[in-house]
Write a protein that binds this ligand. Sequence first.
Ligand code: AHR
Length: 524
Amino acid sequence: MTKPLKALLSAVAICVLVCQAATGASGESARVSIDSTRPGPTLNRNVFGQFAEHLGRGVYEGIWVGPESPIPNTRGIRNDVVAALKAIKVPNVRWPGGCFADEYHWRNGIGPRDRRPPTLNPNWGGVIEPNTFGSHEFLDFVQQIGADAYLSVNVGSGTTAEAADWLEYLTTPQPTALARERAANGHPEPYPVAMLGIGNEAWGCGGSMTPDTYVDHLKVYARYARNYNPKQPMQRIAVGPDSADTSYTKAVMAAWKNKTWAWDIEGISLHYYTVGKGWPPVFKATGFGEDEYATLLEHTRRMEDLLRTHVAVMDEYDPQKKIALIVDEWGAWLAPTPGSPQGFLEQQNSQRDALIAALNINMFARQAERVRGANIAQMVNVLQAMIFTDKEKMVLTPTYHVFRLYVPFHDATLLPANVSAGEYVHGGVRLPRVDAIAARDAAGKTWLALTHLDPEHPVSITVDIAGAKFTRARGETLRAPRIDSVNTFDSPKAVSPQPVSARAAGGKLSLELAPASVTVVALE
Ligand code: AHR
C-alpha cells in the first residue's frame, strides 16, 4: 500500500470512530432487544421507598407544619407534600433515621404535643428536637400518602425493653396497658408496621460495633421487638454492609444460617452513597462541568459491583434467597448549598441527579431477586430529595420526576433487555452509553426505561421485542437544557417530563434519546 493511501485509510478509520462517538452510536449499533418470552423476577415496589429522618428541614417544615399553620395541612401534615408523594405511589417510608434513630426515644414523641420534652439532635446541627412529630404523626402521615411504615429502632443508645414496648404500643390489638395508652392518645386501633430496621449503621454512628457485637444485639432485638398486629406481617431488617465491606454481610448471614427458633430476620440493609471522591462530599450540586458529571455517574455505577458482591455472599448462606437485600440509604451526597445551616445536608437537585436515580433503580432491577427494597436519601429538603419546600412554597425536583416516570415498574415483571449502544467516554471514564430495563405490568403492557448518559449528542435507538408485537411507543422523557439544570421556586418546571412517541415499522421502533435524558415508554 502506498503511503498516501495508507494515510487516507487511517484518516477514514479515525473519522469512523470519532464521528460515530460524536454523533452518538447511531444506526445498527444502538439497539435494545427485549425478550418477552423469558419473564424474570418481579421488581418489588418497595425498591421505590423513601427515607425521612429528623434532619434539617426534612420532617419539620418538609412534612410537619402543625395544625395551626397557615400552610394548608391535614392534622399538621402539609397537603401539598402529601399530594405530590401520592402521585409517585411511595410504597414505604423509613423513619426516624438514620443516625437519629439510635438516639431516638419514642416516649418523648407521644402524648399531648405541648407537653412533649424538647431534646437534642446532636447528629444534625445540634438543634433542638421538639418531638412534636412522633409515632402517631408519622403513622398518620404514611396513611395519608398510602405508604407502609418502616421504623428503625434504637439499638445504639436504647434498650431492648424500650424497643419491645414501642412495638407493643403500636401494634397490639389486645387491651394491654400500652394499648390503652395508645387509645388514650387517640388511636384505639393497632397500627400496621410493615418493616422494622434493627439499628442503623451499627458499624458507624449506630454504635461502632464489631460485626459480632452487633449480631449479639440483633438476636435479642429480633426476638423481643415483636409485631402483634395479625393484619400486617412485618419484615425485620438487620444492619448490613457499609459500601463494599462484607464483614457485616458475612457475620449477619452466618448468624442467620445458624439461627435457633427464638429469632429470625427477613432482610439486611446496604448503605451506599454517590459521593464522587473522598469525604466530606465536595462535588457541587450546580455549576459543575462534564468532568464532575462523568465522575459522579461512574461512582454511581459502582453500585452494580457492590450489589453483585453482597448478593454473592448472601447466596453462599441463603441460596434460596429468603433474606432480602434492602438498600435503605442511597443517592447523591454533594457539597451543601452555600449558606445553608451546618448539618442540614441541603443540596440542589439537577438533571444529573435524575440520571443518578434512574441508573440506581436499573441496577436494583437487575438484582431484583435479592434486592427487594431500597430507600433514597432523603424524601424532602435533605440530600437527593424529591421535594423542596420553603414555607408555603413547594417544588418538585428532577429526581421526583424519575420516580413518577417509573411508577409503571412497581411490582412489574422484569423482561430481559439487552442494550448495545456503545460507550460514553469522557476523560478516563468509560460507561455504557445507554442503560435500560424493561418490564410487563399487571395489565400486560410492556414498559421500557432508557437512561442516556452522553450529555452532548442525541442517540437513535432501535427497539425490538422477541415474542410480542407492537406498533408504537408512547411515554415521557426527562431532558434538560444543561446537565446542571434545576427546578427552583421561581422556575418550577425548568426540568419536567415531556411527551414522547414513536411509530414502529417492520416490528422495529426507532426512538431518539436526547442528551443526558431519562425516557420511559409503553410499547403498544
Ligand atoms: O442520610 C444521612 C445519614 O447518612 C444517615 O443518618 C446515616 O445513616 C448515614 O450515614
